[in-house]
Design a protein around this ligand. Structure first.
Ligand SMILES: [Zn+2]
Ligand SMILES: [Zn+2]
Length: 477
């Protein structure tokens, strides 16, 4: 799925008129075949259509179930709306109950629930990740008597981790977009565990969150865009420096405020590992071979690492490479940074491009020549809010199923919102399992109605619709 569609591009470029028409026909048939196959896959995964017999009548019936779930006309035909829903980023947990993950109504027997964060994504700094999970649990503890306690080792009720593709539980992730995360219903062992697809770009929903090192604003966050010498920058830059290190301003106006720090880079520090965050040492030797950059060699989980001395074989000290400002997402290069300029089909590119793709996604090569090396990744976009996705997944980890309510946090499709409020359906669902919060005052943080809204009736209605549309995870508008 995540492959570059060079074939299409080349076909277009090389074909004459008559041949092109039949190529288009072929392409159409191919697309139809693909959407039929991926529909069967989707219906198997999320609606229990039996894998080997998901065809004809069974497929039609199951498709109607899906269309009912998303409040589409229940035609049983593959129409545009159905295909659009299938393409949206979503949770990996099935939409129909009594299938797969949720057999009965499972719930935790105790009010005190422990969680443990086993791994961190390199997309965000640890504090931001820990805080996102903390806030996601709080969404549920605010409306129930439940209490969540983080433990640092041993077996917790809810074990949280990031992974790529097949990551040890038989429910593989699928690269960038598509499936974002999944969680298991309450129970012993894997029950309650929540996994996040590390081929996604994890943010707080509005682009990369970059915490700076050193400079004069250590620990603060880049402010994008920022102004430097009269020009706006939307990502870290090496402009104004001759050592190649990427930096950013932590306030909008660098020219006035002069607050800055360096963006994460393996030459500044590493993560986890056993070298206490020491920077990478290039070149380093590993199993007799020399490496000039971070590598995934010797690992099967796709995480990039480096040695922190010149000889790993001798010293055995290492750390994981942080995502840099131009790290790629997904693709086939495990987050290696874009290299500009790069060559693609003989042309030179100085920035990310959608060339050669039919889905409009921006990508770049991670070596000087895509034509020679075929190494690439997607360019950073808004990313997915770790907080929102975690709040949804923890709902499953507490025993909730997917909601048909388009405004519910527990609806299966991802939608970004700045201010999360649970829907009645979410609150009713969780309180049916655990009861009402006893010792906490009822939340009073209803969004204030601004005077401007009051003055203009049209705006009020728009705003309300907008709130339903944007606040939670939900299906098509
Ligand atoms: Zn879900
Ligand atoms: Zn998993």
């Amino acid at each position: 799925m995540n492959q570059l569609c060079i074939c299409i591009l080349v076909e277009e470029a090389c074909s004459g008129g008559g041949w092109r028409a039949s190529a288009r026909e072929k392409q159409k048939r191919r697309e139809q075949a693909i959407s039929k196959r991926s529909l069967a896959h989707y219906l198997n995964k999320f609606y229990g259509c039996p894998k080997d017999r998901c065809n004809l009548m069974v497929l039609k019936d199951t498709l109607k179930k899906m269309q009912k779930f998303f409040a589409l006309p229940e035609t049983g035909d593959i129409d545009q709306k159905t295909v659009e829903i299938m393409k949206k980023p979503r949770c990996g947990v099935p939409d129909v109950a009594n299938y797969n993950f949720f057999h009965r109504k499972p719930k935790w027997g105790q009010k005190n629930i422990t969680y443990r964060i086993l791994g961190h994504t390199p997309d965000l700094d640890e504090e931001t990740i820990d805080d996102a999970f903390f806030r996601a649990f709080k969404v549920w503890s605010d409306v129930t008597p439940l209490k969540f306690n983080r433990i640092m080792d041993g077996e917790a009720d809810i074990m949280i981790n990031f992974g790529r593709n097949e990551h040890g539980d038989g429910y593989p992730f699928d690269g960038k977009d598509g499936l974002l995360a999944h969680a298991f219903a309450p129970g012993p062992g894997i029950g309650g565990d929540s996994h996040f697809d590390d081929d996604e770009l994890w943010t707080l929903g509005e682009g990369q969150v970059v915490k700076v090192k050193y400079g004069n604003a250590e620990g603060e966050f880049c402010k994008f865009p920022f102004l430097f010498m009269g020009k706006e920058y939307t990502s870290c830059t090496s402009q104004g420096r001759d050592d190649g290190f990427l930096w950013c301003s932590t306030t909008y106006n660098f020219d006035e405020d002069g607050k800055y720090g360096f963006c994460p880079h393996e030459l500044l520090f590493t993560l986890d590992g056993n070298a206490d965050g020491a920077p990478c040492k290039f070149p380093f030797t590993f199993q007799g071979e020399k490496y000039d950059s971070c590598t995934t060699s010797g690992r099967d989980d796709g995480y990039r690492w480096c040695a922190t001395t010149e000889d790993y074989d001798r010293d055995k000290t290492y750390g994981f490479c942080p995502e840099t400002a131009m790290s790629t997402v997904g693709g086939n290069s495990e987050g290696a940074p874009c290299v500009f300029p790069f060559k693609f089909l003989g042309n030179t590119y100085d920035s990310c491009t959608t060339s050669g793709r039919s889905d409009g996604k921006m990508w770049c090569a991670v070596t000087k020549s895509f034509d020679d090396d075929r190494k690439w990744g997607f360019c950073p976009d808004q990313g997915y809010s770790l907080f929102l996705v975690a709040a949804h997944e923890f709902g499953h980890a507490l025993g909730l199923e997917h909601s048909e309510d388009t405004g519910a946090l527990m609806a299966p499709i991802y939608t970004f919102t700045k201010t999360l409020r649970l829907s009645d359906d979410d609150v009713k669902g969780i309180q049916e399992l655990y009861g009402v919060s006893t010792d906490k005052p009822l939340p009073t943080d209803l969004p204030p109605v601004t005077p401007m809204d009051v003055c203009n009736e049209n705006i009020i209605f728009d705003a309300v619709a907008q709130i339903r549309g944007e606040i939670f995870f939900f299906k098509d508008r």
